[in-house]
Structures are given as structure tokens and as C-alpha cells.
Design a protein around this ligand. Structure first.
Ligand code: SF4
Length: 352
């Protein structure tokens, strides 16, 4: 075994993070737990996933239970985790594995990548951690550690293949799952983006970046263009009996199939507003906006509400399109509003 690999595994055996989806070093975890945690961890921090993972597993203890759950319930349980395509694919994947693979995940990255929501990294992580298949899992933590160990100065994403090859040089035949998790933990605890704790690192003697004083500069990244800014408007229509009008977004596109406060497209319409309002009702505008940052753009959402709740007789006459529905205000927490809509609702339901 490579000397660096040996040091890494010995460090992992003593310092592995105790995470609810993990088995102790040397033991195999439940593939359902590995898959669920890896999907949740895409773009989300370990601290956030810790609690949400437990909630999910308590509610759907097996892959089959998740596959049999109504999709709306899974989307609502995912609310706040963001990147909602993950939740749709999670449910699709659970159904596919249950129905066509007898509830058994495939064991190789190649087969895993054929399933919804599983890309290169996730396939490598599931194959290595759940099935001890000799695969590397290159997430941002692993990329950072490898770039520093081998002093790779080419920027990301161009150097991805080089980093993968270096990681494969270190991959142990017998314990690829522990190796994948050791890399993740080293990156999360010791070889952090800023101020890496080289003095505590088991690999300091072998690390080229540390020797060359380059650790904090690596990995280099190609400069990204600034995110565009978009605007939109949300309309709060409250009914006199304490219900609010919501709708389910279209299946495809941003926040697909999630519940929202009726809104315009998020493209332009800067103030003053001269567009049509839902059902041509007259709204008043709230002073505060909601600001929210998505992966690809910043959103500024103007907020509008009726001066008074609609009398029930009048509300009944509104020609509601498919997907629109009245929802009790005191149960707003259970409907699964995405974070941007939760921010809007908190302002809109405030005092008049
Ligand atoms: S020695 Fe420093 S830079 Fe190198 S892997 Fe360890 S923590 Fe990272």
C-alpha cells in the first residue's frame, strides 16, 4: 500500500467523524443510507444534512417506504434543503431501484450513473462506501486535499482529470470506502480551504504544497463571471377564513413541482409595475423586498398583498387554474415552501 494511503487510513481509523449514515471504519453501512446522505450532501453542508437525514430515515426507514411515499410528501420534507431537482430525482430513483432492480442498488459507478440524480461523484462515493468497489469519489474536499498533496497548480475545472489520476494512485484495493471517507474527513477537518492545519496533518511530510508554501493557494480556480441579477413579483391573496392562495410550480424548470406564492416569471419587470395581477385584483406593495441567491443568479422579489383579506363569497368566484389551491395559514409550515417563498411569506403575513 502507498505510504500516504497507509497514513491516511490510520488517521481515519482514529479520527473519523461520527455521522448518522456511516458505519464504523472497517464495516459496511446500509446502501440506502449512503445513497440518501450523498444526495442530500450535494450542495448542502454536513451540519444541515445531519438533522434532515435523521428526519427522513425516521419517516421512511427503507428504500421501499420512500418509493411508496407520495411525491408531494417527499418534496415537502425536502423543503429548505434547496436544489429541488434532487428531491424529484431521489423519489424517481427510489421507485426505479425498487421496481426494476428488486430494491438493490447496483454496485459499480457505471451502473449507478444510469439512475436518476446520480452523477460521477455520487456514483463513486456509493460504490466505494456502500460496496467497497475500487472507485474514487472526487468532491470538493477530496479535490482540495489531492491538489495540495501533489501541488497541482493548474486551475479547476481543467485539472479534474489530473486530480482523479492522482487519487487513483493512492486508492487501496481492500478499503476504498474508508479511503473515500478519509479524504472527505481530512478535507473537512484538517485540510480546510483557509488555514489548513498542516501541523496536525498525518501527511505533512509527504505534502508537496505544504513544503512549497503553496497550501492556501491551492486548488486554483478559474474566475467565474458575476451572477446575473433578476427580479420578480409575488402576490399574497389571503381569504377571510384564514387561508392563502398557493400554487404548484410547473414540473420542469426552477423549483420544479414545488409549492409557491403566485409569482411572475423571474426575469425583468423592474418597478414601476404595469403588468397584470392575478385575477386583476388590486394589490398594495410592501416596502421590503426578498433577496435570495440561487446557484446561477441573484433574485430580488417585490411583494404585493391585498389591502384586506378577500371575503369568502368573492374568493369562491375566482377562476383557479389547475395547481392553485387555498391552504390554511396556520399550516403553512407543512406545505413545503422553498426557502425563497418562506422568506416572502414571513414578510407578507406580518401586521398590516
Ligand atoms: S499538509 Fe497541509 S496542505 Fe498538505 S494535505 Fe495536510 S493539511 Fe493539506
Amino acid at each position: 500500500m502507498n505510504r500516504m494511503t497507509d497514513k491516511m487510513l490510520r488517521w481515519y481509523a482514529r479520527h473519523a467523524r461520527a455521522l448518522p449514515w456511516r458505519a464504523p471504519p472497517g464495516q459496511r453501512p446500509d446502501p440506502y443510507h449512503v445513497w440518501l446522505s450523498e444526495i442530500m450532501l450535494q450542495q448542502t453542508t454536513v451540519a444541515t444534512v445531519r438533522k434532515r437525514f435523521d428526519d427522513f430515515v425516521r419517516r421512511w426507514p427503507t428504500l421501499r417506504a420512500l418509493a411508496e411515499a407520495p411525491r408531494e410528501e417527499v418534496l415537502a420534507a425536502w423543503a429548505g434543503l434547496g436544489y429541488y431537482a434532487r428531491a424529484r430525482n431521489l423519489h424517481k430513483c427510489a421507485r426505479e431501484v425498487t421496481r426494476t432492480l428488486n430494491g438493490q442498488f447496483p454496485q459499480t459507478p457505471r451502473e449507478l450513473k444510469k439512475l436518476p440524480g446520480i452523477g460521477d461523484y455520487t456514483a463513486g462515493a456509493i460504490a466505494a462506501i456502500a460496496f467497497n468497489h475500487p472507485a474514487v469519489a472526487m468532491d470538493t474536499n477530496a479535490e482540495r486535499v489531492i491538489a495540495r498533496l501533489f501541488a497541482v497548480t493548474e486551475p479547476l475545472p481543467e485539472c479534474k482529470e489530473t486530480l482523479r489520476r492522482h487519487a487513483e494512485e493512492l486508492l487501496p484495493k481492500d478499503t476504498p470506502g474508508d479511503f473515500a471517507q478519509a479524504l472527505m474527513d481530512l478535507g473537512a477537518i484538517i485540510c480546510t480551504p483557509r488555514d489548513p492545519a498542516c501541523a496536525l496533518c498525518p501527511l505533512m511530510e509527504d505534502c508537496k504544497a505544504s513544503k512549497q508554501g503553496l497550501a492556501e493557494d491551492l486548488p486554483r480556480k478559474r474566475r467565474k463571471p458575476p451572477k446575473p441579477r433578476r427580479t420578480g413579483r409575488a402576490f399574497w391573496i389571503e381569504r377571510a377564513d384564514g387561508r392563502v392562495l398557493l400554487r404548484r410550480r410547473p414540473e420542469k424548470g426552477m423549483l420544479g413541482a414545488m409549492v409557491e406564492i403566485p409569482s411572475t416569471d423571474w426575469d425583468g419587470a423592474p418597478p414601476p409595475f404595469s403588468g397584470e395581477t392575478p385575477f386583476r385584483l388590486e394589490f398594495e406593495r410592501l416596502r421590503p423586498h426578498v433577496r435570495h441567491t440561487f446557484t446561477h443568479f441573484h433574485l430580488k422579489l417585490a411583494l404585493h398583498r391585498l389591502p384586506e383579506p378577500l371575503p369568502i363569497d368573492r374568493a369562491r368566484l375566482l377562476p383557479l387554474p389547475p395547481g392553485w389551491f387555498w391552504h390554511p395559514l396556520d399550516k403553512l409550515d407543512t406545505v413545503g415552501l422553498p426557502t425563497v417563498m418562506k422568506k416572502a411569506a414571513n414578510l407578507l403575513r406580518g401586521p398590516r
